[in-house]
Design a protein around this ligand. Structure first.
Ligand SMILES: Cc1cc2nc3c(=O)[nH]c(=O)nc-3n(C[C@H](O)[C@H](O)[C@H](O)COP(=O)(O)OP(=O)(O)OC[C@H]3O[C@@H](n4cnc5c(N)ncnc54)[C@H](O)[C@@H]3O)c2cc1C
Length: 303
């Protein structure tokens, strides 16, 4: 079986990996310069910061095994089970959150190792092209991005049923670490902030870097000029944690950051499949499971 997987985020990579393990011939096309999609680490001043997913949580046995494999090879490590909750700043315990010393994108790079991946390659429409003889095409991406490819009706229906929210991530570099034992915080009922994480703590290098994620409302108002959101987010973090202004502010816009949770695993119409984190709770684990379920269905001949 020949399969083209479009998108080298965690869903596309887990799909491609499982297909290859099952004996399929797989080509992955990714429009970005690197793999990982929203499992993203970007270099600022020579240091990687995690600007997409803040951490991983694993509670599915298969994904737990994947995380254990990353841990055994030093790629992932348990970071914390306690984050603060604002207003108030009280600590709140939850599941173990996993981080990656090399940045979370290093986990996507690990999955990508050995796969046939064409980077900087955008698929603009289906069919892939007249010369490509693929038995199936897997669109491993947010529904609104899949809609641009003119997919068949069943995929259009699944994609348009998804609701997405934007986020602007701000990487705030300070002269020194002045926030004590923060680790990370959920910020509720705030007009600007949704989360703040200590990137130096989760990465383990103790760099004086916080990464804040905006609310969807703030992001929507600044989608055309995300840089203008940077000082607003920095001021809000300063006020929340009692910090001076950062020495450097970098922002990243995620137009399709977080979907409303849905179920289903994946969608399919004929030979075109759609998978990703919109088929469950919007988490790395969901994307990984969705890609894998798609591969298993393809290998098993399911529709
Ligand atoms: C700000 C933010 C915070 C988050 N926090 C967490 C968290 O703390 N914990 C957690 O578990 N999850 C978190 N998530 C969610 C997590 O990042 C996603 O669930 C997961 O990474 C989605 O993977 P995916 O493969 O489904 O999609 P994506 O990562 O979006 O991958 C889609 C890929 O398809 C490519 N693509 C799109 N169109 C085309 C085309 N036409 N041709 C070629 N390539 C194309 C894109 O470039 C991209 O690489 C967060 C996400 C964001 C944005």
């Amino acid at each position: 079986m020949d399969v083209v997987v479009v998108g080298a985020g965690i869903a596309g990579l887990s799909c491609a990996r499982a297909l290859v393990d099952g004996g399929a011939r797989v080509r992955v096309v990714e429009r970005g310069r690197v793999v990982g999609g929203r499992l993203a680490s970007k270099r600022y001043d020579g240091r990687y910061a995690d600007i997409g997913a803040a951490y991983l949580v694993a509670d599915d046995p298969a994904f737990e095994a994947q995380v254990a494999s990353w841990e055994s090879r030093g790629l992932a490590r348990p970071w914390t089970d306690t984050l603060r909750v604002y207003p108030g700043g009280a600590p709140s315990s939850g599941p173990v959150r996993w981080a990656a010393p090399g940045g979370l994108r290093s986990l996507a790079s690990d999955l990508a190792d050995g796969l046939d991946i064409a980077l900087n390659t955008s698929l603009d429409a289906l069919p892939v092209n007249a010369n490509v003889d693929a038995d199936a095409v897997v669109l491993a991406m947010p529904g609104p991005q899949a809609l641009r490819l003119n997919p068949p009706p069943g995929i259009v229906a699944a994609a348009t049923a998804q609701t997405w929210h934007p986020v602007i991530a701000a990487v705030l570099t300070y002269p020194s670490r002045a926030w004590g034992d923060l680790r990370g915080a959920f910020v509720n009922e705030h007009p600007v902030l949704a989360t703040v994480c200590d990137d130096g703590d989760r990465r383990g290098d103790r760099a004086p870097v916080l990464v804040a994620h905006s609310t969807a409302t703030l992001a929507a108002a600044h989608l055309d000029s995300p840089a203008t959101a940077g000082p607003i987010i920095a001021d809000a973090v300063g006020e929340l944690l009692g910090l001076p202004a950062p020495a450097r502010i970098d922002v990243h816009r995620w137009t399709y950051a977080q979907p409303e949770p849905r179920s289903g695993g994946y969608a399919v119409d004929g030979d075109v499949w759609l998978c990703g984190d919109a088929f469950g709770r919007p988490r790395v684990q969901t994307a990984w499971l969705s890609g894998r379920a798609t591969a298993q269905a393809l290998l098993g001949g399911a529709r």
